[in-house]
Design a protein around this ligand. Structure first.
Ligand code: IMP
Length: 447
């Protein structure tokens, strides 16, 4: 059994939840390694649709365990609602553990998140980040400043009181803070509710590895939203890369077998920040409509555009992708031509092929250079049936051409192609990718 890491290769919302759910079929543990309720992983198991925010896809299958890992920031009241809602829908089928090291998001953090983003926008209307306002940045900041409260500490009333006292002192400038006493009472209560699930999760994972049990490390957000390697400051406050998945789980690098980069056949972005391949007008609206591109957490419309190979190559190098999962290819079906950005041209005439400029302003002003590939036909019921029975050989010829192009141009084999939201609407391509091991990384792919 193996340890596989699922990483967003674009700006988030690549359907990582769907891939993680498919991989969960052959795993024992599925671990969310970073972020918190800013994520919304939409999954369509048989019988309905669920959106997971702070629990991993492991909770949806009776034979798997979902772990919310040490790299996360968890809002306990929202988590309680998520658990109760899943129970009510009958989807909470696996058990779950919550890391005692994960940090707690408090109402103060949410207030601070909104206040700070408004401050940025007041100083400069273009500088607001458009965060999800879920308190992510401030909770991670308090973690780093060592003012944070951890999930495992909710069982200790004296410690909760002490930390709240400190946090209220540091946040006196914020408006409308809730009563500290009331918050303390609510935290102790929700801590009791969650207590049966809170534990040290690293030893569980180490033992799983010794026993040869499968583990999926489920990333949230994406490589281009990484605090350091994303489009700073238009980023989230965690490390949604494969390196971050190690810190976020407590696993060492040697145990990782595969790093699967998930990319849509096109691109989207929520919130502000550089997005060179964004398209306005009818083409963008079409992607938004057919792809249902509205935030699963905030409901905000997502900005839409074409697949960007410069960023895909960058994400591949940064994360060491061993394969790709290309998702939502059905959304592009019916187009006569499909544009793909192959390089950037800069103002001074130079070109960039496998990395964006470091500065967000420079990144925003690059000119994308496109190739166009032939489009593929609509996904009729008949085609879907054939794909379900025959697998990859039933993929339309033009789509195979698109997949091959992406694999060759990025140097990463495509292992999965997802053509619809339902569990099972995914085909798997030859894992060995022309006879080469997936571990070899940046190699060209051929049939
Ligand atoms: P934060 O993570 O709420 O601080 O938001 C920072 C930036 O990351 C904003 O542009 C958000 O829209 C974006 N972001 C955060 N989480 C997600 C996600 O799950 N999908 C897509 N974008 C996200």
């Amino acid at each position: 059994m193996s340890v596989r890491v699922v990483i967003g290769a674009q700006f988030g919302d690549e359907a990582k939840g769907k891939i993680s759910d498919e991989l969960a079929a052959t795993a024992r543990y599925v671990v969310r390694t970073s972020g918190g309720p800013n994520a919304g992983h939409t999954i369509h198991p048989p019988g309905g649709k669920v959106v997971l925010h702070q629990l991993s896809a492991g909770v949806l299958r009776p034979e798997t365990v979902g772990i919310s890992g040490p790299g996360m920031v968890i809002e306990p009241f929202k988590l309680r609602t998520e658990i109760e809602e899943l129970e009510r829908q009958g989807f909470l089928r696996g058990s779950f553990y919550l890391s005692d090291r994960a940090h707690v998001i408090l109402p103060l953090h949410e207030i601070q998140d909104g206040w700070e983003d408004d401050l940025r926008a007041r100083k400069n209307p273009g500088a607001g980040l458009g965060t999800t306002r879920r308190g992510i940045g401030p909770a991670y900041a308090d973690r780093t400043a060592r003012f944070g409260l951890r999930l495992g500490e909710l069982a200790r009333p004296d410690l909760v009181a002490e930390r709240l006292g400190l946090l209220y002192e540091t946040k006196r400038h914020l408006p409308d803070l809730p009563s500290m006493e009331k918050l303390k009472g609510r935290l102790l209560e929700v801590g009791q509710y969650l207590a049966p699930h809170i534990r040290a999760v690293e030893p569980i994972l180490w033992t799983a590895i010794e026993r040869g049990e499968g583990i999926v490390l489920e990333g949230a957000q994406s490589a281009l939203l990484d605090l350091d390697f994303g489009t700073y400051p238009y980023v989230t406050s965690s490390h949604p890369t494969s390196a971050g998945a190690l810190i976020g789980s407590g696993l060492p690098p040697q145990v990782i077998d595969e790093v699967i980069g998930v990319a849509k056949g096109y691109a989207t972005r929520v919130g502000t920040g550089p997005f060179p391949t964004e398209v306005q007008g009818e083409a963008g609206e079409r992607l938004q409509r057919l792809g249902g591109e509205f935030g699963a957490t905030t409901g905000r419309p997502r900005r839409c555009g074409w697949l960007d190979l410069v960023l895909l190559r960058y994400a591949a190098r940064l994360n060491g992708f061993t394969s790709l999962a290309l998702t939502k290819v059905d959304v592009l079906a019916g187009l006569t031509e499909v544009p793909i950005c192959v390089e950037y041209r800069l103002a001074d005439g130079s070109r960039l092929y496998d990395r964006p400029p470091t500065a967000a302003e420079e990144f925003q002003s690059v000119t994308p250079v496109y190739e166009t590939l032939p489009g593929w036909p609509e996904f009729t019921d008949r085609l879907r049936e054939r794909l379900a029975h025959e697998g990859a050989p039933a993929l339309p010829r033009e789509l195979r051409g698109f997949i091959e192009y992406v694999a060759h141009a990025s140097g990463i084999p495509v292992q999965f192609v997802a053509y619809g939201p339902d569990r099972g609407a995914t085909v798997r391509l030859d894992r060995r990718a022309g006879g080469r091991s997936l571990r070899s990384g940046l190699v060209p792919w051929s049939h």
